[in-house]
Each structure stands twice: as C-alpha cells, then as structure tokens.
Design a binder for this molecule. Structure first.
Ligand code: NAP
Length: 350
C-alpha cells in the first residue's frame, strides 16, 4: 500500500529534539524529501524550543493524541512507550507511521524493513512499518548479498556500539566523564550502569535486565529481527553487544557460516556490488572501516574480509555504520521514500 501521490507531504517527527529525531530532520533535508509541513513533536519539556529545518526554525509542539491531523507520514523516535501510546492515534488520523523503537518490530502485522534487504515488505503494511534496531540494520545490509549467493546458516557477532546509540544524554555523560577524569575529578555514572570513559560495558541496553538465557534484549533483537527480515527462522545467530566510548557509529565483528563456500575474494566482490555497502579493505594501506570515517555518512562500510581459519565455509567481516544515520534516521527516511514512490540513491552522503 503506497501513499496517495502528492507533490509534497505533511511529515511529523516524534522525538524531534532527540539524537535520532535531529538526524531525521537533517536527513529529510539532505535527501530533499518533498515536505509540505514539518511538524516537530516532543515532550512538554521542549515546548518553547525550536528545531531547524532548511535553515528555518520550527517550533516544537507537545506530543498528544491530537498531534496528527493532516499528517501523511509520522516518523517516531521517542521511545517504545510513546510509540505504543501514540502511533495508533497517528494511524487513526490517516498517517503512515515509520517507527524507530522496538515496540512493533516483532508484531506479525507490522513489516520490519531495511530497503536494501526486503523493500517488498513495505507493501503489506497496515499503517505502521518498523525500523529495525541499529545493530541489526548494518549487519543485515552486509549479510544480504552473501545470503543471496551462498545462504547464511550461522552468524556469531560481537558489537562495539557508540554512546549515541543510547541517546543524547549518554554522549554527554561520556564526554563530561572523560573531561572530569582527565582533570583528576570524578563523574558518577547516571545513564550507564558503570563508568563509560576509558571502558567497555557488555550490557546493552544499559537499563534492562538480562534475559533468562543470559542474553540482553539488544542481543536477541539481532537474532529475531534478522530472521524476520530474511524470512528464515533457521539462521542460527549469537550476539554479544558491547558499549564502547565512541561518540558515533557502531562496529561489528561478524563471523558468518554459509551453506556454500565463498572465498574472501568472492565475498569482497559481492559486497562491492551490494546496494548501500562500501568496501574498504586494503590491508597494505591499513585501510579498513573506522567509526570516525562512518560518522555522518550513509553507507554500511565493510572491511577485514577474510576466510575463517577455524571452520569450513566461514568468513569474517568488520562492519561499521553510523547508528544515528543508516541505523535509524536514514533507514526511516528511505522507508518513507518507498512509501511515496520516490526513487533516490540509497547512499547520498558518502
Ligand atoms: N540512538 C540510536 O542510535 C537509535 C537507533 C535506533 C533506534 N533508536 C530508538 O529511537 C528512540 C529515540 O532514541 P534517541 O537516541 O533519539 O533518544 P534521545 O536522544 O534520548 O531522544 C528522545 C526523544 O524522545 C522525546 N520524548 C521523551 N519522552 C517523551 C514524551 N513523554 N513525550 C514526547 N516525547 C518524548 C524527547 O523529547 P524531549 O527532548 O522533550 O525530552 C526526545 O525528543 C528510542 O526508542 C531508541 O531506542 C535509537
């Protein structure tokens, strides 16, 4: 179900003052999405603030169930409980919701979409389309061409996730804690359960308990969301998600087992041709993807592509992408582009 074609659409950004919402507004602008009205919604705390769209201030309005009159597309990134409470109101008002939170992702009535992987699933939406978790998005974009060529049967992944993945306050805590410690002071953790400066924390999200199987919900998202988008419940996946003191972009060490053997050269070639993926893999030049290189950019970068010496049909990859951009805002805007039938290149900011 595509949206009725118009010259321009009324777009609401829910969570417009947050880390993802800010990037969504920038992405709409950079990709020249045909916006008639941009409605910036956040909590009552933000009323009186403005956000900037195309160089002009837009007043932030309080999110209520009446916020969606006349809205065509509502991009939600204000936390799962806000999506649960307000997304149905947006749909009732006639909007299509693209939701960045985890609330609807595993709902069988809600498509979960990465445009490079399963764009066709947008077609069967019933008003809400879910954006996958940031760690899942970059991993599936890299796995998809390998899966199509040789069928992925097992994945073992360790993530190195930036603090912006936990929101704007988390970045602030990392920066201020680092500053305080370098000055010989103290800065007790508030967002994270432990010191994040000069440290790595193997618990994402920081606020939630471990599941009965010992995995975190972030780790299980990588398992369940990948299976949903690949329409294959037999893929075996094990993830360990780790927060690292990086501002922006997640890194992932991905070990892949395929049904049919792929050489490193074949995998490199498949990934070079894959939409949305850029291969940076020149060992002699010490060229491989870095968080700093990916920050603010569109692609999913892949490097260190090699055959796993410990198993048959195994490959190792290092995958880096900006969690706020492809991991959230860009993927959501790409879904909106699919909805309105816009034909934009997958990567515009390289
Ligand atoms: N960060 C990432 O890499 C990433 C990636 C994928 C998905 N997500 C998901 O996107 C969502 C937002 O993440 P974020 O990193 O942008 O968080 P954030 O920086 O903390 O921003 C949260 C946003 O939600 C708004 N909000 C909070 N409580 C609200 C309420 N009661 N009513 C209306 N608005 C409310 C905030 O408005 P105020 O400024 O007014 O408080 C702010 O705009 C989360 O569900 C997260 O899981 C994040």
């Amino acid at each position: 179900m595509t949206l009725k074609r118009k010259d321009a659409y009324n777009v609401a950004v829910v969570g417009a003052t947050g880390a993802v919402g800010t990037e969504m507004i920038l992405t709409l602008e950079q990709r020249d999405f045909p916006v008639a009205e941009l409605r910036a919604l956040a909590s009552a705390r933000s009323v009186g603030k403005t956000v900037t769209y195309k160089g002009k201030p837009v007043a932030v309005q309080e999110l209520t169930k009446d916020s969606f009159a006349g809205i065509d597309v509502a991009l939600f990134s204000a936390g799962g409980s806000r999506s649960k409470e307000f997304a149905p109101a947006a749909v009732k008002a006639g909007a299509v919701v693209v939701d960045n939170t985890s609330h609807f992702r595993m709902d069988p009535d809600v498509p979960l979409v990465v445009p490079e992987v399963n764009p066709e699933d947008v077609e069967w939406h019933k008003g809400i389309i879910a954006n996958p978790n940031c760690s899942t998005i970059q991993m599936v974009a890299a796995l998809k061409p390998l899966h199509d060529a040789a069928r992925v049967v097992r994945v073992v992944v360790a993530t190195y996730q930036s603090t912006s993945g936990a929101g704007a306050k988390a970045v602030h805590e990392m920066v201020e804690q680092t500053r305080a410690m370098l000055n010989g002071g103290d800065y007790p953790p508030a967002v994270f359960p432990h010191q994040i400066a000069f440290n790595c924390i193997p618990q994402i999200p920081q606020s939630s308990a471990f599941g009965p199987n010992g995995y975190t919900s972030e780790e299980m998202k990588m398992v369940n969301e990948t299976r949903k988008m690949f329409h294959d419940d037999t893929i075996r996946i094990s993830a360990t998600c780790v927060r690292v003191p990086v501002e922006r972009s997640h890194g992932e060490a991905v070990n892949v087992q395929t049904e049919r053997k792929l050489t490193a050269a074949e995998a490199r070639e498949l990934l070079r041709k894959a939409p949305g993926v850029v291969v940076i893999d020149d060992l002699g030049a010490q060229a491989y993807p870095l968080a700093t290189m990916a920050a603010g950019k569109d692609p999913v970068y892949v490097g260190r592509i090699r055959e796993d010496i410990s198993q048959e049909n195994g490959l190792d990859l290092w995958v880096v992408s900006d969690n706020l951009r492809k991991g959230a805002a860009l993927n959501a805007v790409q879904i909106a582009e699919l909805l309105v039938g816009l034909d934009r290149p997958l990567c515009m900011v390289m």
